[in-house]
Design a protein around this ligand. Structure first.
Ligand code: NDP
Length: 452
């Protein structure tokens, strides 16, 4: 059927939509945090560090043309934002989701610079992706899209240049197809993508890394700052993808009781604790709907997104000791923050990237909730990606136990760095400032040492 003029114009407008609000939000937070550092050290001003750091090294935009199962040609937009490589090769995930645009990827790549810096590893910051939606597509369509995407992307990446990984909509299946195409084009086996399936060079524990890392970070934080543990504590988790599922899994390992998860359709609440095997079967194996959970557990509740009052999210109305937003940006609003404070939540740890709005963060901090920001708490994913790069470069394979121990150590050290930096700069207990200052300082000092 022919598209109408109105439909064509709508598509063009959507495809060229440009909104940098989330990028500005991320920048504002960092600048607010590092002001004391800038005020006390004139080198940053003299070397133009802020202006240099706020401008991406380059943004590549390209067209992705592929053939769907009805033999119709489809067109999507592809991007790679290479923001800063002062500390090492560009590193950051690829997101396939209809909401992807330059503004979203600039925000994610900017955050990635500081996150990667905080890990103490040798990696710079980048992010990429496409407005392609893998949902509802056949495996064959996803494969054809990934091949077309890599036809362009391969020109800009390399094991010592830029090493992408997964993110929303990009899991082991997509990484496998992307890697296969890269090899076909270049005829070389290189660790150019991380998050690969284990059988051809992926690291053990990469799928679990971000979720497990969040819990390791929180364990370290609670021990250092509250002399507390998560054992026996009710926890709420949002999202039902890679990060959420593995956060739930590690919480269960350590004896906490995660009682929720969510997706774009709504929130699932099971007061007896989430049945993880069932959730994995629904979401990872069958790529199904959360409501399927109720067929096995009739006592659980599903609250559709549309039934919850505007501005808030049902998942944050469930009383809990600790809350773990693990779905997407700005999913925890001021309304939600007020609810968490009312319910006496002790800690919020961000598994997703910037899931809390600025107003929500300030409100939680003002009311004494320990707030662990994404760039610190969810750095476990990129840390294990770097372990995958090391394994690939040396053609070695590390055991699950070795990767897990290194991940735990990385998150514990990262937590100490954040807590102590906050203390050193007179903002004790403010882990947002601690993370921003520590992350910024390492990158900025490297930029000065390398010249402009
Ligand atoms: P997945 O694609 O595996 O899962 C995303 C989950 O979030 C899905 O359950 C999805 O539901 C839900 N979701 C997405 N958009 C919305 C929305 N607008 N409202 C409600 N729910 C939504 O992605 P990941 O788990 O990998 O990533 C989740 C977050 O973690 C992202 O912010 C990502 O950037 C961040 N992150 C991921 C890392 C990783 O290693 N994968 C590393 C560090 C950070 P639905 O299926 O219905 O869309």
């Amino acid at each position: 059927m022919q598209s109408t003029l109105g439909e064509i114009l709508k598509r063009v407008k959507e495809r060229n939509y440009h909104d940098e609000t989330v990028f500005f939000q991320a920048v504002e937070e960092v600048i607010r945090s590092i002001k004391p550092l800038l005020d006390n050290d004139p080198r940053y001003e003299q070397n133009g560090i802020l202006d240099r750091l706020l401008t991406p090294d380059r943004i590549v935009t390209f067209k992705v043309v592929w053939l769907d199962d009805h033999n119709k040609v489809q067109v999507n937009k592809g991007y790679r934002v290479q923001f800063n490589n002062a500390l090492g090769p560009y590193k950051g995930g690829l997101r396939f989701h209809p909401t992807v645009n330059v503004g979203v990827l600039k925000f994610l790549a900017f955050e990635q610079i500081f996150k990667n810096s905080l890990t103490g590893l040798i990696i710079g910051g980048a992010k990429g992706g496409s407005d392609f939606d893998p949902k509802g597509k056949s495996d064959f369509e996803v494969m054809k899209f990934c091949a077309a995407f890599m036809t362009e992307l391969h020109k800009y990446i390399g094991p010592r240049v830029d090493v992408p990984a997964g993110d929303i909509g990009v899991g082991a299946r997509e990484i496998g197809y992307l890697f296969g195409e890269y090899k076909k084009i270049t005829s070389s086996y290189e660790g150019v993508l991380t998050g690969k399936p284990f059988m051809f060079g992926g690291s053990l524990m990469r799928p679990e890394a971000t979720g497990y890392g969040v819990v390791y970070f929180v364990q370290a934080l609670l021990e250092m700052e509250h002399k507390e543990s998560l054992e026996g504590k009710i926890c709420t988790v949002s999202g039902a993808g890679n990060v959420a599922i593995h956060t739930i899994e590690k919480l269960q390992h350590i004896g906490a009781i995660p009682v929720s998860c969510s997706d774009s359709q709504g929130t699932l609440y099971d007061s007896r604790g989430i049945d993880l095997a069932l959730l994995k079967e629904i979401k990872l194996t069958k790529r199904g709907a959360l409501t399927d959970y109720l067929k096995t557990h009739a006592n659980a509740q599903f609250i559709p997104t549309r039934d919850y009052p505007e501005g808030g999210h049902a998942v944050w109305s469930i009383p809990c000791y600790a809350a773990f937003p693990c779905a997407t940006q700005n999913e925890l609003s001021l309304v939600d923050a007020k609810m968490l404070v009312k319910n006496k939540t002790v800690l919020v740890a961000e598994g997703a990237n910037m899931p809390s709005t600025t107003e929500a963060v300030l409100f939680l901090q003002k009311h004494g909730v320990s707030f662990a920001p994404a760039k610190a708490a969810n750095a476990g994913g990129v840390a294990v990606s770097e372990f995958e790069m090391s394994q690939n470069a040396s053609l070695q394979r590390w055991s699950f136990e070795k990767v897990d121990a290194k991940l735990k150590e990385t998150m514990t050290q990262l937590c100490k760095r954040v807590v102590l930096t906050a203390k050193d700069y007179g903002v004790e207990g403010n882990y947002v400032d601690g993370a921003n200052i520590a992350g910024f300082k390492r990158v900025a000092d490297a930029m000065i040492a390398e010249g402009f």
